[in-house]
Design a protein around this ligand. Structure first.
Ligand code: NAD
Length: 445
């Protein structure tokens, strides 16, 4: 099968690399010429574990290639995946301009029947807009070439993207013809050898499924953060509550961690876009309003704990930060809670010494210039008045506490991901604040 993927970002590049790895002929197109030049030279535009090796191998074996245009590239292609960005528009909705640009280009270049699949996260109705855009271009060319549209939302997780794509929990396919459904089922067969996990549905349901999934996950996070904040007031411990509720199979134990709020390229914008869909249809999604508000407050939670720890005096203090990306195993800084926190610290007159094993080059583009980037996690601790743990990279799980104490001006640890043990730190004479555990709050030297 010959496949074309438009968009060489987290989704498009992973999709292209994985499809080529199971033997398909794949061309990945991106209108960012520098990105394409880099990819052709073997330089990855993003950090994603395993991606570089996968791309290089398939390029070498002649199954994967890159281009900055899809002009004259549609001959003998069976499926085009649209995997370009759908950023948040000013009113909260998903901006479809890149998706519709691609639809126009497909219409201008279509030669024969193929299936045009939206893999980008798009609101209900987007596939029909893609269809209309392609048809308009075909009309301009005086042609009547048949084609199908389909929705195939992507559920991969950054940091684990290749494993998610290669061995998916489920593949959701929304189609309106049997022919398109059969082609996509054929395409995904190599990924389903361990069981049949394609869920076929109509296109609007597939489009909504992606938003509903992200909104549900964001809701779990905000719910747990809300519970954690209540725990602090009433003397309960969110770790114990999480274990207690997670044992119920109707609830399950995943995605129940309190912390500093969700970020990333997907949850914030997808929650907003779904809220806008609700409003536009006279059905405000009240639960998502609360999810959003809790998340916005949670991003500043650690800042308020720091104020408490430093008795209100943040100005002039040196604050060490471990972890910048919105989650481990990625350099993605989009909507990372670290950005909100660090900007607030700098605005309050603190000196910030940050370390992240992967995200510092990307972070340098979005954080205030005053942030000092360290060469390792211990350098960030030099003369620091407090440490904020913001991303739970594995390397931060078991630090050398004695070394930490010897380097810091005051041994204060604020754990935004609840990965440390309050008692252990108290034994070491380290003051500790977590999220949702009063026991930690009262620990003193
Ligand atoms: P990204 O910003 O990393 O990549 C998008 C790419 O599209 C960019 O390289 C950009 O240059 C390219 N592009 C834009 N317009 C183009 C055009 N007209 N022609 C060719 N290329 C064009 O985005 P991403 O994170 O890969 O997300 C893509 C979509 O997938 C979004 O809708 C997102 O919500 C969704 N999604 C993302 C993830 C994730 O974890 N990142 C997961 C599931 C779904």
């Amino acid at each position: 099968m010959k496949i074309l993927v438009v968009g060489a970002g987290y989704v498009g590049l992973v999709t292209g690399a994985c499809l080529s790895d199971v033997g398909m002929q794949v061309l990945v197109v991106d209108n960012n010429q520098q990105k394409i030049k880099d990819l052709q030279a073997g330089i990855m535009p993003i950090y994603e574990p395993g991606l570089e090796e996968l791309v290089k191998r398939n390029v070498q074996q002649g199954r994967l290639s890159f281009s900055h245009s899809l002009h004259n590239q549609l001959s003998k292609v069976s499926v085009v995946f649209i995997a370009v960005g759908t950023p948040q528009d000013a009113d909260g909705s998903a901006d479809l301009k890149y998706v519709l640009q691609v639809a126009d280009e497909i219409g201008q270049n279509l030669e024969d029947y193929l299936v045009v699949v939206t893999k980008s996260t798009v609101p209900v109705g987007a596939a029909q807009k893609v269809k209309a855009g392609i048809s308009r271009q075909l009309q301009n060319r005086g042609l009547n070439i048949p084609f199908d549209v389909a929705s195939n939302p992507e559920f991969l997780k950054e940091g684990d993207a290749i494993a998610d794509f290669m061995s998916p929990d489920r593949i959701v396919i929304g189609t309106e013809t049997e022919k398109a459904k059969n082609i996509l089922e054929e395409l995904y067969k190599p990924f389903l050898l361990n069981g049949f996990r394609i869920i076929s549905m109509d296109i609007p349901s597939a489009e909504l499924t992606k938003y509903a999934a992200n909104a549900m996950l964001a809701t779990r996070i905000s719910f747990m953060n809300d519970m954690a904040n209540l725990c602090e007031l009433i003397g309960a411990d969110i770790h114990q509550v999480r274990r207690g509720i997670g044992a119920d199979p109707r609830i399950g134990n995943k995605f129940l961690y309190a912390g500093i709020g969700y970020g990333g390229a997907c949850f914030p914008k997808d929650v907003q876009a779904l809220m806008k869909t609700g409003l536009d249809n006279g059905h405000p999604l009240r639960i998502l309003n609360a999810v959003e508000q809790i998340n916005a407050d949670q991003k500043m939670r650690l800042y308020h704990k720091l104020e408490e720890a430093l008795e209100g005096m943040i100005a002039g203090k040196t604050i060490a930060v471990w972890g910048l990306s919105f989650k481990p195993q990625t350099d993605d800084m989009r909507e990372a809670p670290s950005v909100v926190l660090i900007k607030a610290l700098i605005a309050a007159g603190a000196r910030v010494q940050a370390y992240d094993p992967v995200a510092m080059p990307v972070a340098a583009q979005v954080l205030p210039e005053a942030v000092v980037f360290s060469t390792d996690e211990y350098q960030a601790l030099q003369e620091a008045d407090a440490l904020l743990l913001l991303t739970e990279w594995r390397m931060f799980r078991s630090p050398d506490w004695d070394r930490l104490k010897s380097l810091m001006r005051q041994p204060i640890v604020l754990d935004g991901r609840n990965i440390y043990n309050a008692e252990q730190l108290a034994d070491k004479g380290i003051r500790y604040w977590g999220i949702g555990t009063t026991k930690q709050l009262t620990t003193t030297i």
